[in-house]
Design a protein around this ligand. Sequence first.
Ligand SMILES: Nc1ncnc2c1ncn2[C@@H]1O[C@H](COP(=O)(O)OP(=O)(O)OP(=O)(O)O)[C@@H](O)[C@H]1O
Length: 255
Amino acid sequence: MSEPLVSVKSVSVSLGGNPVLSDVSLTLTAGRITTLIGPNGAGKSTLARLVLGLIPADTGTISRRKGLRVGYMPQQIKIDDSLPLTVDRFLWLAASGPTAARREALQRAGVAHLRRRAVQRLSGGEMQRVLLARALLRKPDLLVLDEPAQGVDVAGQNALYGLLREVRDELGCAILLVSHDLHLVMAATDEVICLQRHVCCSGTPESVSRDPAYHELFGPGAGTPNLALYTHDHDHDHDLHGNAHHHHEGPCNHD
Ligand SMILES: Nc1ncnc2c1ncn2[C@@H]1O[C@H](COP(=O)(O)OP(=O)(O)OP(=O)(O)O)[C@@H](O)[C@H]1O
């Protein structure tokens, strides 16, 4: 195992007087895709921001490898509609450097043809890829993506997650994904962390999808149909609703 890039240990965070994260631990390693899933308000973005060093922890420790380069794709980005802005200029504003670097990043994100287009005219899926190119420009050791597939159709989401796997394989970077839509994300993930203020369960997509705590958060049958696309073992039973039955270690504590 290589040295972790980021190690979060027993961290708690309160925002505006409310506990948002409680006793959360997480390790990010090069070449691995980790996905944070959980309902709205579960603290996913907060944990991502903590990993990025944008907010401090109240208790617990966070260590980052020295000289860690991070690329961040935020949940939303506001671009002034009144100013014409090409994709190339948009990327240059984030990281000035040679045109070739921007071309390469766009190419890797599969949108080299959009370099001279106005960002305001891009479709949702095109914009997400441009934002990915922008994050890649920094040649990150760690890529953090907050809801990267927002506003992207299912085919586009599949393509985006496929692209993330390619990026991980080519750059060998760690990827931290945030999502509340887990179906497609699961297929592109080495480790899933199911968050509801604290870590409810974590592990491979298969093990999490079988965990009662996961079903408690997402409802019966969550994740099952798409998981079947790449899961071959069947060492558990399903009931009529598609729920997996296996050893139960106790319900998720939501407080
Ligand atoms: N600056 C802040 N001040 C007070 N409360 C905040 C602040 N930022 C976030 N919160 C609260 O912290 C909780 C967690 O927010 P967070 O954005 O991390 O959740 P999330 O899991 O990413 O949710 P979503 O899926 O809706 O994006 C929410 O209840 C939110 O209202």
